[in-house]
Design a protein around this ligand. Structure first.
Ligand code: CA
Length: 228
């Protein structure tokens, strides 16, 4: 984490210099920007691991910059707001900032927040798997289907979740009912055909969320999760 690249977008030279010095002292790499367009340009060219973003920036303010960064992806952002900008603070968090600090701040506090956000980001990245339209969070046991503009959190039983989490590891493999039974109900003496009803329910939920044709039967064998 210490070699993470931090983009510091701040127009006040003194604050910018202090933040820069503290991050560098703590072992981070840094790049700075003094206005919104420059921050966005650095973000695009250099792909920083985290952005410290002042709300009141010239040319494009922090909210515009944050909105564009979010359109591009999931780079963690810590917003820096002045004490009298409570409404801005709330709006920032709702718009997808990962944290915020209030000016005047202790630079060490900003570095500590950045560390925490980076750690959190890495944990999340480690537990989330994406295959085609599916997003499985193995820490939260949650599955999201992304279909077009729709993002649907599936309401799955534990057995359905286990089936999907197992099959997603080998996206193009075909599974027999016996294999799936072992994978998702190891302690049960259920019959192989009970797998069919769990898989059918899972398929119905996937299709309702827009993932049509993803989970299909394989004649004479069993089931298969197709990775489109
Ligand atoms: Ca400012």
């Amino acid at each position: 984490m210490a070699d993470a690249l931090i983009l510091i977008a701040e127009d006040e030279p003194q604050i910018r210099a202090i933040l820069d010095a503290y991050f560098v002292r703590e072992g981070f790499r840094t790049v700075t920007a003094e206005d919104g367009p420059t921050a966005l340009q650095h973000h695009q060219m250099l792909a920083p691991d985290l952005v410290v973003l002042d709300v009141k920036l010239p040319k494009a303010d922090g909210f515009e910059v944050l909105g564009e960064i979010r359109r591009r992806g999931e780079t963690p952002v810590i917003m820096a707001t002045a004490l009298d900008e409570d409404l801005d603070k709330l709006a920032a968090l709702r718009m997808g900032a990962d944290d915020y600090v209030v000016k005047p701040f202790n630079p060490l506090e900003v570095v500590a927040r950045a560390r925490a956000v980076l750690r959190r980001g890495r944990r999340e990245a480690a537990s989330i798997k994406r295959r085609g339209p599916l997003e499985i969070d193995t820490a939260a046991h949650a599955v999201v289907v992304n279909a077009g503009d729709r993002r649907t959190l599936l309401d799955l039983t534990l057995t359905e979740y286990r089936l999907l989490a197992h099959m997603i590891e080998w996206p193009t493999r075909s599974w027999t009912r016996g294999e799936l039974l072992d994978a998702c109900m190891p302690d049960s003496d259920a019959l192989e055909r009970t797998v069919d009803s769990h898989v059918s329910n899972l398929r119905r939920k996937l299709e309702a969320a827009g993932a049509v044709g993803l989970l299909g039967s394989v004649r004479g064998i069993g089931w298969r999760l197709f990775a489109p």
